[in-house]
Design a protein around this ligand. Structure first.
Ligand SMILES: [Zn+2]
Length: 162
């Protein structure tokens, strides 16, 4: 007995057993080999080699990725790309942070790197009380908090597409 991978003229793939290599030819010519999906009798042996080769490449690439080794195969690249795609949760968080950023930009003054100094001036009544935003170091933010000045640290999401 011999097993052949077959394909009908509409592209359905299936497998069938034959007595020997000539049995397929005679049965196919007699219209006895029938596609189980569409009942077509126009059936030929499908070419297996390219598909098998591709599957082997993909699995070996995946194995290299799993081992944490460098892989240059196309399959490995696709895997890395898939991992880097943001999840729906991340997309939602990003849009919320962008909204927050827009709200802050609309209602607060941008003071840039002078943030800590300006926050102190406002706190001690040397500047007009208002909302400000800018950049400061972690140490300075902690120092401001120690002085009783409320500072919120917000992930500043860059605009444009992710
Ligand atoms: Zn078919």
């Amino acid at each position: 007995m011999i097993k052949y991978a077959l394909q009908c003229d509409r592209g359905h793939g299936f497998e069938a057993w034959f007595r020997d290599s000539t049995a397929f030819d005679s049965q196919a010519a007699a219209g006895e080999v029938i596609c189980p999906t569409c009942s077509s009798t126009s059936v030929r042996k499908s070419v297996m080699a390219p598909r098998i080769g591709k599957a082997k490449t993909a699995s070996s690439a995946a194995r290299r990725v799993a081992n944490g080794q460098a892989a240059d195969a196309e399959g490995a690249f696709e895997e890395t790309t898939a991992v880097a795609k943001p999840s729906p949760d991340q997309v939602q968080l990003r849009s919320q942070l962008l909204e927050l950023r827009s709200a802050i930009e609309a209602s607060c003054d941008h003071v840039g790197s002078a943030f800590a100094a300006e926050a102190r001036k406002i706190h001690y009544g040397e500047s007009a009380p208002r909302g400000i935003y800018g950049e400061t170091s972690r140490d300075e933010a902690q120092a401001l908090a120690d002085e009783g000045i409320e500072v919120a640290q917000i992930p500043w999401v860059p605009r444009g597409d992710a």
